[in-house]
Design a protein around this ligand. Structure first.
Ligand SMILES: [Zn+2]
Length: 358
């Protein structure tokens, strides 16, 4: 395999590069690494990942929504006319596998396969809207995919499980996903594999949710840092997916503060902490000189990744024929029944407002 591209939503440069994480340190010793900054105005998952995928800023690709949803003047993965990095690689004759890259959907064709991130074709009203939290959570966090069977759809599931239980579930899901990827990478070989995990982002948001449950009492920030420690223990498994690859890229869309002494109130809501701008970019390969580099912007990642493979971004972005916006806009959106039918076909049951996993 030519490229393994590992996305870690919410992975902060400050924590990743400065905390005592022995296995990360070993990896850094053989990588070029730097802070990879989110745009000042858009330190959010949707625009940030789209910067990474396209090599453009939000001003150019038009995805400005937090979750990369269409509407309110935001483009989505479905509607932007610009090519994604995996489409550029296809153009260069390389096959790609794309797993859980945030805001991606299966709406665009790839030479290889795509298991999408956010299902952003789904509207936010009616019965389909009710499914949205679960679908989104399933795709963005790995956490909910197989969480306990009576998980409620109103996104208040965290009121039913202790923080410890939720973290346990999340870790279990990540471990299962690693196992699944090892099988997939061998049985469906591709030239370039893109995989994303959201647990670092998720743990920060989880803490905020639990904080609201207890109205800001007993605030404890340590689970965020402990999740990095836990990740360090499985770093080898995250990076070694069971096949050889020539080049490795590890990247995040934004960071999360390394410290947050006490919760703050914003807009009447209690928050523990929220996204920081400092994502990570780590690269290794035969032509990469190891060591810490100056910070870069996240829209530099596409060009840097292509350069690792000896490809030129400026040429590929010109020649790649991306999905034109009008095709996506004219595409028929699935109605509520269709979506529920699809979920049932996947083995999900829907019962009294609860969605039960297969
Ligand atoms: Zn994010």
């Amino acid at each position: 395999m030519k490229l393994f591209f590992l996305g870690l939503d919410g992975c902060a440069a400050q924590i990743m590069y400065e905390r005592e994480l022995p296995n990360v340190r070993k990896l850094l010793d053989r990588c070029s690494f730097q802070a990879c900054m989110a745009e000042e105005a858009f330190p959010y998952t949707g625009p940030s990942w789209t910067n990474i995928y396209t090599g453009m800023t939000a001003e150019h690709h038009g995805v400005t929504d937090l979750w990369g949803r269409e509407g309110e003047n935001s483009n989505s993965y479905d509607s932007i006319p610009d090519p994604m990095i995996w489409e550029m690689l296809n153009q260069a004759g390389l096959s790609t596998g794309v797993i859980h890259m945030p805001v991606s959907t299966a709406s665009r064709k790839v030479d290889g396969y795509i298991v999408s991130g956010f299902p952003n074709e789904i509207a936010h009203d009616g019965p389909v809207g009710e499914l949205m939290p679960l679908l989104a959570a399933r795709d963005i966090s790995d956490l909910i995919r197989l969480t306990p069977r009576d998980r409620v759809l109103d996104n208040s599931w965290y009121r039913r499980y202790s923080l410890e239980e939720s973290l346990d579930i999340m870790r279990t899901i990540v471990e299962w996903k690693i196992k699944a990827l090892r099988i997939l990478s061998k049985t469906r070989p591709v030239d370039c594999l893109f995989v994303q995990y959201s647990f670092l982002d998720r743990v920060g948001h989880l803490l905020n949710q639990y904080l609201r449950v207890c109205d800001g009492e007993d605030w404890d920030y340590s689970p965020v840092l402990e999740t990095y420690d836990w990740m360090d223990g499985i770093m080898g498994e995250l990076v070694d997916i069971g096949v050889d690859y020539d080049n490795l890229v590890i990247v995040s869309d934004h960071g999360w503060p390394a410290e947050a002494g006490k919760p703050y109130i914003f807009d009447g809501k209690v928050f523990g902490a929220w996204h920081s701008h400092d994502g990570v970019l780590m690269m290794s390969g035969p032509d990469v000189e190891a060591g810490r580099k100056e910070m870069c912007m996240n829209h530099d990642v596409a060009a840097k990744t292509l350069a690792l493979l000896g490809l030129e971004y400026s040429q590929l972005v010109q020649t790649t024929v991306a999905k034109p916006a009008h095709v996506a806009a004219g595409a028929k959106k699935p109605d509520a029944n269709q979506v529920e039918e699809r979920l049932r076909a996947l083995g999900y049951g829907i019962c009294r407002g609860y969605l039960t996993p297969p």
